[in-house]
Design a protein around this ligand. Sequence first.
Ligand code: PEP
Ligand code: MN
Length: 260
Amino acid sequence: MTLGGAFATIAGPCAVETERQFLTTAEAVAASGARMLRGGVFKPRTSPYDFQGLGVKGLELLAKARTVTGLPVVTEVISEVDTEIVAEYADMLQVGSRSMFNWRLLESAARTGKPVLLKRSMGATVEEVRDAAAYLREQGAGGVVLCERGIRTFGTATRNTCDLAAVSLLQRMTGLPVIVDPSHSSGARDLVAPLSRAAVAIGADGLIVEVHPDPDRAWSDGAQSLSFQEFEELMRDIEPFVNIWTARRYRPLAKGKGAA
Ligand code: PEP
Ligand code: MN
């Protein structure tokens, strides 16, 4: 899975809440240049009293959004029991931070043959991410994309600490595309754009960004979600950086020639 070889931004709400919420978000992010949609329907929540996701009804909304926008969709799978049904609807399966060490889940997701987006556990070393990716490759995943989404450190100013060096390290160690999640990395809306610029600069293969029609009323992760307008601004903001780095990655300077 190369994400088409070009920088790609995946966007959408943390969770699919209603048809209107998801479809309006899908159309807005598509219009701003997102290349893939995201939306959780099986949500890994710390508290059992929080919204757990729409389940299969949410999968149907993902498929509807794909039809409306023409964009592929990625959604998280949190249990082996659900991998088949999720694979019926989604173009890519996400294994989240809390599940990265669930090797049976990784194998089950890979065996669907779909591409898998593997998010780094908040407590995983880069070697552990590499090895989790190997479970996916061994079982025939139709591609693997890794995601740096922040790790737990002593810092409390941000929800997690975005380990940008890991992006570069994991690209070299695995040869796989590595994207950055500035939303979960920071937990804060106003840090999403600066982290995104930094992700592009370090050579990330893409971003996954949470966007909501009314972030302050989101059923999950509102504080880190962008409004439609903020997402549009983000896409415009990173465009020149993406162009510079895409040119550098794919058209290296010939040896002995000047920089002209
Ligand atoms: C998500 O992307 O919806 C999510 C729960 O992320 P993470 O697994 O990185 O916490
Ligand atoms: Mn979220």
